[in-house]
Design a protein around this ligand. Structure first.
Ligand SMILES: [Zn+2]
Length: 90
């Protein structure tokens, strides 16, 4: 309930949102994954601390909606996949 309300407020005030969990930056802390030198994609700290929940496909789909170009999306997908591999506990 609270989550829905917070996201609604974020949407109304035009905050961006985490492309992995769709929660808005008005209440989630953004972290970043570097996908190229000096370029990173914002993903919330909560998602970053649960790498097994990161979904490269979903992130890419979400960014595509916002007009990110293909080349960047390819790098991002790889960066997230690598991040998952590096941080998986199993
Ligand atoms: Zn998130």
């Amino acid at each position: 309930m609270l989550k829905t309300l917070r996201n609604l407020i974020g949407k109304i005030f035009d905050f961006g949102y985490c492309p992995n969990c769709n929660d808005y930056w008005n209440w989630k802390k953004p972290g970043a994954i570097l996908y190229r030198e000096n370029s990173s994609v914002l993903i919330c700290k909560e998602c970053l601390s649960n790498p097994e929940k990161l979904d490269p496909e979903k992130v890419v789909e979400n960014l595509k909606i916002h007009g990110w170009d293909k080349e960047k999306l390819k790098l991002i997908k790889k960066a997230i996949t690598d991040f998952k591999t590096q941080h998986s506990s199993t």
